[in-house]
Ligand binder design. Sequence first.
Ligand code: IFM
Length: 399
Amino acid sequence: MGRVLKFPKNFLWGCSTSAYQVEGGIEKSDWSKFADAGIACDHYHRYEEDFDLLKQLYQNAYRFSIEWSRIEPQEGKFNQEEIRHYQKVVLALKKRNILPFVVLYHFSLPLWFQKRGGWLDPDSEKYFKRYCQKVLEALGSEVNYWITINEPMVYVANSYLKAKWPPLKKNIFEAKKALRNLIKAHKVAYELIHASNREAKIGISKNVACFSPYANKLINRILVFLADYSWNNYFLTRIKGYQDFVGVNYYFYNRIKFCFRSLFAFRNFPENFYCNTKSGKFSDIGWRIEPEGIYCAIKNVSYFKKPIYITENGLADKEDKLRKEFIKQHLFWVHKAIEDGMDVLGYFYWSLMDNFEWEKGFEPRFGLFEINYKTLERKIRPSAFYYAKICKNNALIID
Ligand code: IFM
């Protein structure tokens, strides 16, 4: 037997999903007009079955998002039936002793809100607050862990700099405005939740990339500093004092080298900053696999001196050839971070099941369960059983 790496007592082991990507039947969101996910995985109707599988895989936590456009399909009109749906979802988790981590906003927005200007609307934070208030009234007594916003920088880059996601903008000034309003929205939601529950734990899920210099040149180190500040730390610094934990979504490791296009970084942020090496292992969608980068991401946010949860980490791997090793290596580095004194309290694999990967559609397969989109049948991938063993033993075995 190899070396046993024990994780701290009460460590959380889970998976993440988001409403638009898995639920199906969402019709009043900006995404349903832009790229309709249709029935998706029909998680909306099959959540009990999915949670049984989650339990079977020894997981004790689940991060999912509430679809704002279900709760408030028209401005100021709240749908009680949909509110009850999420109450049932939370109870279904609790019945199985699975701790819910609830995300209030994960990319998809009500159409009416987007039509008003979305995150550019000067009143956006007021609308968000009113929606949060409703969710809180319904779930506040059962939920202790809240994530106000998922990956704000990813959202703003895709929606306001690259014109890839609704509202399809390419405007740096609007991007800054949207960011400022998201910061305000987070703060009001943070205060609102704490006003009703001092014990609640609130944070955001931040996409944290690892940036390191290509050869130790000064110019590359300056770019690393700028990339770190703008991509990794800007948002977190602005909400300092308004977070009880930091949620880290880790996917990218970038070796940064100055090149001509760095001068145009703002046009395609953050990719233009760097020239990546082409060697190594890649996921089905060409993302380079660099497990050590999760250590660097954790170290980066440990600056904020708050508990850390890895709220997303995963890969697209249809044939399930790399996933087992991916999980093993990433958890090795998470464990190392803990050994080195960093306060990591949980790990959520992205994702519980294959799902709708935004502008890339259904092709990328991130799931621990494979979804047959014709029959909606769930099939547990072999790597999921490997992850389950780690969750069950609260330990990783390294040979
Ligand atoms: O699917 C996304 C998720 O919505 C946000 N984080 C990254 C995942 C993989 O791209």
